[in-house]
Every structure is written in structure tokens, then in C-alpha cells.
Design a protein around this ligand. Structure first.
Ligand code: ADP
Ligand code: MG
Length: 361
């Protein structure tokens, strides 16, 4: 039973601020993903929670108890590094048993626990092998088994799947999600892969340049992004953004005009907004031929993906927008079309702060 509270965590390396006043609460048994681009501070935050790094300021609590000064070995966390770091001269059994040997557990107990955790991760037939005799996926399971064997209160994973090939990544992803819920172990999972975070986590914290921009469940951060950065980081292809101007009850997008979506009429008036970033996801628009209110453009390219196709449309010649279309629909290069975004799914951002209008007070 461990909930974690981070309070105003700042971490500096010399003059450089890697973490800037991080506040985050992770509930007991929760699967929290830390998602952000490379260099955003994800690993630094994970190692600070593990106790490997000491924060420059701020506090860390496990179950309300201040552990900021507690050394890593007394925090009872299981840590899986990105490169797994198995001991090459030790067989799998020894690799997994290592944390228990450090704890001076009895022979019997070691034997029992290693076999138990190996079985859970489907590597119980590999205990006599050396790491170099294992596939990437198997090595990765050994690293997870080693983190789990001492029954940690908290499991910390740093991009554990990034060294696996795409197919294996999907497989282990589903398995790991299930294992986490079965064990009911509070888990913090670092990744730069938005699909992984959306697929696995109960909640996602999106990090950029050492700051948390938004925390929410997958639906929330996907459908209600607080910033353009969050909207552009989630989804594949990401959300489309077009510069637009507000003119009375309309939004002008280059030569096209769209009525201001219902949900924004009040706030646009109240804040007297004249310029916005107009956002919509590739799945949240239709491509229409003929007269309809929408964004006019020309088909630039189209990519069939099996069940559907991604159509790239040039608006005003050089602003590219991506929209999904059903399989089988025929497009030709240069064809004139109209993009009709689903009104309810349009997201408008303030041009200056890039914050979503709906989050304005
Ligand atoms: N030990 C360190 N000394 C100096 N700078 C560091 C150190 N560790 C990380 N950094 C810097 O802090 C920033 C965040 O790094 P990191 O937490 O590893 O990012 P991420 O895991 O999100 O890719 C990067 O700019 C990195 O260069
Ligand atoms: Mg990292």
C-alpha cells in the first residue's frame, strides 16, 4: 500500500534546471505514466523518486511519510532501467536473486521467490541461461523479474520497452498492464511513446522542459488537452493546428469561413479573442466535395493504411492538414476538397499562450 506525493520538486544540475517545481500525487495501486520528449526530465524525476538523485528542493512522501532523505535501499522500490543492465557473468537465476542476496534472505526463500516471479513472467524455463543466450524480450522480462522479486512497494520503469522491436513491444505492453493490476503495485512508467502511455496508464503526466503541463486519464489528455503541446504530442498523426482569426460569429481560416463552434461562443466574446489556433484531430473531420461550410484545400497526397487512409490536404497552398478517410474512397492529386471538422471536437487555443480556451477561467 503506497501512495506517493511529490511536492515542489526541483532538481538542478549546476545552473541547469532539469525539474521545475513538480507537484504530483500518485495513488496507491495506480499506474502513472510520465510522458514527454527526450530530455524533458522524465528519468531525472524517476531517479529522484527512487532516491538515486536528491532533489535540490521539495519533498517526497510515501504514504504521507517524508522520504526525501531516505536512501534508495530503504524506500523499497523496484527499478527497471532502459537498458535493463543484467549482470553478464550471472545466470538468469542469479540475476533475479541478486536483490534478495543483498538483503541476506535465506536459501529457501530465495529459491521460492525467484521461481515464483520467473513463472509469473514466463521465464521459468530460462533460469539456467546467461543473459547473452536470451532474446531482447526475455532479457527485459528478467530485468522486470529482478525488480519484482523483493516485493517492492513501488515499481519504477524507465522506458522498459524501447529496446524491443515493434511487435514484441505490443505484446509485452498488454502483458505488463495486466501484471501491474494483478499485483496491485503502485507503478510509475516513463516513456516518450504516446501510444504506450495511452494504452497502459491509469493516468498520464505530460512533461516538457522539467514542468508538468497536464495530468489526467488517457481520455482527458487526449480529448481535453490543456495546451497545444499536449494535443500535438498525443495521437498519430497528431492534432492539426491552423492559424485563424475571429470575425464576429465566424472563424476565418485563410479563404474559408466556419461558424464559431457552439462551445466557444461565450468565451470568445467574453475574452474578446481575435486570433486563435484552430485544432482538430485527423479522425474528427470529413472530406467533402461540393459546397459545404468548411476549410477549402487541395489534396496533396493520400496514404492507404488498410482499413482507412490518411489524406494530406494543402490549405492556402502550404499549410498541411491530415484527415482520415474511409478505405476505397478515391482521391486524386490536386483535387479541390472541403474539410468539415466535427464541431464538437474542435479545440481552440489562445495564440499567445497556446493554452486551450476551455481552460481559461
Ligand atoms: N547527471 C546529469 N548531469 C547534468 N545534466 C543532466 C544529468 N542528468 C540529466 N541531465 C539533463 O537533464 C535533462 C533531463 O534529462 P532526463 O531526465 O534524462 O530526460 P528524459 O529522461 O526525459 O529524456 C536533460 O537536458 C539532460 O541533459
Ligand atoms: Mg530518460
Amino acid at each position: 500500500m503506497v501512495g506517493i506525493t511529490l511536492e515542489e520538486i526541483t532538481k538542478k544540475f549546476g545552473n541547469f534546471t532539469a525539474l521545475d517545481k513538480i507537484n504530483l500525487k500518485i495513488e496507491d495501486k495506480e499506474f502513472m505514466a510520465l510522458l514527454g520528449p527526450s530530455g524533458s526530465g522524465k528519468s531525472t524525476l524517476l531517479y529522484t523518486i527512487a532516491g538515486i538523485y536528491k532533489p535540490s528542493s521539495g519533498k517526497i512522501y510515501f504514504n504521507g511519510k517524508d522520504v526525501t532523505e531516505t536512501p534508495p535501499k530503504d524506500r523499497n522500490v523496484g527499478l527497471v532501467f532502459q537498458n535493463w543492465a543484467l549482470y553478464p557473468h550471472m545466470r538468469v537465476f542469479k540475476n533475479i536473486a541478486f536483490p534478495l542476496e543483498l538483503k541476506k534472505s535465506s536459501r529457501n526463500e530465495i529459491e521460492k521467490k525467484v521461481r515464483e516471479v520467473a513463472k509469473m513472467l514466463h521465464i521459468d524455463h530460462l533460469l539456467d541461461r546467461y543473459p547473452w543466450q536470451l532474446s531482447g524480450g526475455q532479457q527485459q522480462r528478467v530485468a522486470i523479474a529482478r525488480a519484482l522479486v523483493k516485493e517492492p512497494d513501488v515499481l519504477l520503469l524507465d522506458e522498459p520497452l524501447s529496446n524491443l522491436d515493434a511487435l514484441l513491444r505490443l505484446e509485452v505492453r498488454a502483458e505488463l498492464k495486466r501484471l501491474q493490476k494483478e499485483l496491485g503495485i503502485t507503478t510509475i512508467y516513463v516513456t516518450h511513446d504516446q501510444a504506450e502511455a495511452l494504452a497502459m496508464a491509469d493516468r498520464i503526466a505530460i512533461i516538457r522542459e522539467g514542468k508538468i503541463l497536464q495530468v489526467g486519464d488517457p481520455d482527458e489528455v487526449y480529448y481535453k488537452p490543456m495546451y497545444k503541446f499536449v494535443a500535438g504530442f498525443l495521437g498519430s498523426p497528431p492534432m492539426n493546428f491552423i492559424h485563424a482569426e475571429v470575425e464576429g460569429g465566424n472563424i476565418r481560416i485563410y479563404q474559408s469561413k466556419i461558424s464559431v463552434p457552439k462551445q466557444y461562443r461565450e468565451i470568445i466574446k467574453r475574452l474578446e479573442i481575435t486570433e486563435v489556433l484552430f485544432g482538430f484531430r485527423p479522425h474528427d473531420a470529413e472530406i467533402i466535395r461540393g459546397e459545404r461550410e468548411g476549410i477549402k484545400g487541395e489534396v496533396y497526397s493520400f496514404e492507404p493504411l488498410g482499413r482507412e487512409q490518411i489524406v494530406t490536404i494543402a490549405v492556402n497552398g502550404d499549410v498541411f492538414v491530415k484527415v482520415f478517410a474511409p478505405e476505397g474512397e478515391h482521391f486524386s492529386f490536386g483535387e479541390k476538397v472541403t474539410i468539415v471538422p466535427n464541431e464538437e471536437r474542435i479545440i481552440l487555443f489562445d495564440k499567445k499562450t497556446e493554452k486551450a480556451l476551455e481552460y481559461f477561467p
